[in-house]
Design a protein around this ligand. Structure first.
Ligand SMILES: [Zn+2]
Length: 362
């Protein structure tokens, strides 16, 4: 079978129905022993086994190899390679979509009986999302296809297929659209409705009155707490960690957004500044306590906190230069930079990607 790599058409449209599955476990199969170093070959083979089309351009699960997308017995199915939910492991990821059902508890119960090698299962009223973690060696396409066939079979007994109809209004809509990377049957009018709903949500968000003074108040409070934490850690462990600066950034960011009411440019700048200030203040506290300890050790009547604090502030440049303060500056910048980049205005605009319809090969 020849493969095509043009435009938005399926790369390796396998036209076979998933009829011959599942294989008997005792049946000898050459590909069971195959190591698939090439992810695209793995997906192409799975495409042939399942009848789902392979689209390299649709990175549904974030992996550059793309994904298999199509309809199986009226249910929408999408399989690809990606990461586990926590992002730590490589995994085969699967999404199955069906007609809306209220009985998610029963679906979950049945799916758990049929999930095979898939471990993490998330069930909603319209979809099942499953993940199969693997280390180094991908599972054989045959075993994934077997699990898929079993899952589709169980779905048939508990939920309605979509049968190429719009998920919202049930008009005939055989085309598949990725809505923010989720494969769906959605007609043009329902797509427009979704755009409008999200447009209203975006307008509402833009209309939220921001409260900068409250953001400054909340953010400063958390920044001071963060500074104390930084100082305590530095004093007890005698080390500083970049993660602590990042954690301070996250907490300050949360407080600032809670205070201001929404993410805005001023919220981001304020958070970045307060994160930097928090780490610096933490360092100043650390040096202050250190100076108090040293002076009380030598003369017996040491400096008070206020005196030591003033003395450190007056000579901060020299103190930091003498005590490896560069690391603190770098960590503070990393923490502040991290949170400023991470804080984004929520996206309301849905991203639609058309999945080219199946075309019968000549
Ligand atoms: Zn519709």
């Amino acid at each position: 079978m020849k493969t095509r790599k043009t435009g938005s058409e399926p790369i390796s449209p396998a036209r076979r129905k998933p009829a011959p599955l599942p294989h008997s476990r005792n049946q000898p199969s050459a590909s069971r022993k195959t190591w698939y170093f090439n992810t695209k070959d793995w997906l192409a083979h799975l495409s042939q086994l399942t009848g789902l089309d392979y689209y390299e351009q649709h990175r549904v699960f974030g992996h550059k190899s793309g994904a298999l997308i199509g309809s199986l017995d009226g249910y929408l199915a999408c399989i690809g390679l990606g990461r586990s939910d926590n992002g730590r492991n490589t995994a085969v990821r699967l999404v199955l979509r069906y007609g809306k059902s209220d009985d998610t508890a029963r679906i979950e119960q049945c799916i758990n009986l049929a999930k095979g090698h898939f471990k993490t299962i998330k069930v909603s009223a319209t979809s099942v999302v499953a993940t199969r973690i693997y280390v180094f060696r991908k599972p054989t396409p045959e075993s994934v296809a077997e699990d898929l066939t079993r899952l589709i079979t169980i779905l048939k007994s508990i939920v309605h297929p979509l049968n190429g109809r719009c998920e919202e209004c049930h008009r005939t809509e055989p085309n598949i659209t990725l809505v923010n990377r989720v494969p769906r049957h959605l007609c043009e009018s329902c797509k427009n409705q979704l755009r409008q709903q999200l447009g209203v949500a975006a307008a509402e968000y833009a209309g939220i009155k921001s409260n900068l003074p409250r953001g400054i108040f909340y953010g400063t409070g958390v920044a001071v707490i963060g500074a104390v934490g930084w100082c305590v850690l530095a004093s007890t462990l005698n080390r500083i960690f970049v993660y602590v600066a990042v954690a301070i950034g996250l907490l300050v960011g949360k407080a600032v957004i809670m205070g201001i009411g929404k993410v805005s440019l001023s919220a981001r700048l304020l958070t970045g500044t307060l994160t930097l200030a928090s780490v610096f203040l933490g360092d100043v506290f650390f040096y202050t306590f250190d100076l108090m300890r040293v002076t009380s050790g030598t003369s017996g009547a040491g400096l008070s906190f206020g005196q030591a604090f003033q003395s450190i502030l007056g000579n901060l440049g020299t103190v930091m230069a003498d005590n490896g303060g560069v690391a603190s500056i770098i960590f503070a910048l990393v923490g502040a930079g991290f949170i400023v980049v991470k804080m984004r205005t929520p996206k309301f605009e849905p991203v639609f990607e058309s999945v080219a319809p199946n075309q019968t090969k000549p």
